[in-house]
Design a protein around this ligand. Structure first.
Ligand code: HEM
Length: 377
């Protein structure tokens, strides 16, 4: 899964580490911590035992007995990410322990205040997002380097599989991100059509495939969710309820970055209140700020599509269109999987994830506007 970039020098503005992007792991947190320092033992104990505590309906009482810990002993990005991961998973379990009918309106202060503080420090929302679910939630299980999650929720192997496959997709996208961002943009800046052509050819190669697993869908949102119509009060933070969307791979930076690179503009015509563009843009608020800045940087870079169009070079047009096809195919494959595995009626799901968009018309619209990004002959 290594990028085939050789050893060419990267002009300074195109250095990935500016955006907390790793050469090897892309948007994944490289080697996340699996334990917090000693004062945070009470959080870790609960987090490691979450599936059992939820199944035995004991999580809420355990949380009530938890001391309110200060976040001031947390040092550096790794500890903050693990703290956010742990607190977001505990929050999810706390809210959904009794299922959709038994949610609560208030997150207790001893959980809400540290969760809020850690979220502020990272620039992330105080809810379980793709960053917690996937980017910061992996470890090597054994010396054979098999992967495992750090924290889990009920959902057993199917949930674990979903997290790990999404993680592998993140990892598989790393060469494409490097080729697309560094080589393609660099080639445009240097008017180097030969390098640009090679970069586009590499970009159109699909990452080695990973099949998507069975996935038990459970409600993760307190925005536009009838089970929590008023949102959630973070006790000790604000008396007003707050609403946040739940974790979704729509918050993964990968496809946002490819869309920007290829100049794809999603539909604004679906559901006026929350069309595809608005939904996807809102999802950017759930990314770590440096990753969001990376997408914005690509948006500001010279337009690849304009460059290819004005070059009048048929080879470049073909290579560009192959990239668009590859992205549209990925989205078609994703729709097939979603159709296969989501067994609850779309109307029930709608309330849980997409904040007003019908899932399938949303996903198809995003796929179709990707295709419309092709350069016509
Ligand atoms: C069985 C597995 C999966 C299911 C059931 C599933 C389901 C969904 C659903 C329901 C949405 C609509 C948005 C939302 O409700 O939040 C969505 C969007 C999305 N999903 Fe998945 N997903 C799966 C796996 C993946 C994987 C592995 C990736 C790879 C990163 C992925 C990437 C995306 C993206 C990028 C979007 C936003 C729409 C787009 O840009 O095309 N999904 N998914």
């Amino acid at each position: 899964m290594e990028g085939g970039e050789g050893t060419e020098e990267t002009p300074l503005p195109l250095v990935l580490t500016r955006f907390q992007l790793s050469e090897e792991y892309g948007f994944l947190l490289p080697d996340p911590l699996t334990e917090l320092p000693e004062p945070y033992g009470p959080w870790m104990e609960i987090a490691h035992d979450l599936p059992q505590l939820i199944a035995s309906h004991q999580l809420r009482s355990q949380v009530h007995q938890m001391p309110q810990l200060s976040t001031q002993h947390l040092r550096g990005r790794e500890e903050l990410h693990l703290a956010h991961l742990v607190l977001s998973f505990i929050t999810m379990g706390y809210l959904w322990q009794e299922g959709e009918e038994g949610t609560v309106k208030v997150l207790p202060q001893n959980l809400a205040v540290p969760f809020w503080e850690v979220s502020q420090a990272l620039g992330l929302p105080p809810i379980l997002s793709h960053t917690d679910f996937v980017l910061a939630n992996w470890r090597r299980k054994n010396p054979n380097r098999n992967l495992d999650t750090i924290i889990s929720l009920p959902g057993g192997e199917s949930l674990r599989g979903f997290i790990l496959v999404t993680l592998l997709v993140e990892k598989a996208a790393v060469p494409g991100i490097k080729v697309g961002y560094r080589r393609a943009i660099c080639a445009i800046l240097q008017l180097d059509e030969e390098t640009l052509h090679k970069a586009l050819q590499e970009l159109a190669e699909p990452p080695r495939g990973h099949s998507l697993p069975d996935f038990h869908v459970f409600p993760l949102s307190w925005k536009d969710n009838p089970a929590m119509p008023d949102g959630l009060i973070y006790e000790g933070v604000s008396d007003e309820p707050m609403a946040y969307s739940g974790g979704s791979a729509a918050q993964s930076t990968i496809l946002h970055a490819f869309d920007e690179l290829l100049g794809i503009r999603h539909s604004e015509e679906m559901v006026p209140a929350d069309h595809a563009t608005a939904f996807l843009h809102r999802m950017r608020d759930y990314m770590p700020p440096p990753h969001r800045a990376f997408v914005e940087e690509i948006h500001r870079a010279p337009s690849l599509k304009q460059h290819v169009l004005s070059s009048g070079d048929a080879r470049l047009c073909t290579a560009f269109n192959r990239c668009i096809s590859a992205l549209a195919e990925f989205r078609s494959y994703h729709i097939t999987i979603v159709t296969k595995y989501i067994t609850v009626p779309p109307s029930a799901l709608e309330a849980k994830g997409t904040g007003g968009s019908h899932i399938f018309s949303f996903l198809k619209s995003v796929r179709d506007t990707t295709r419309e990004g092709m350069i016509s002959a």
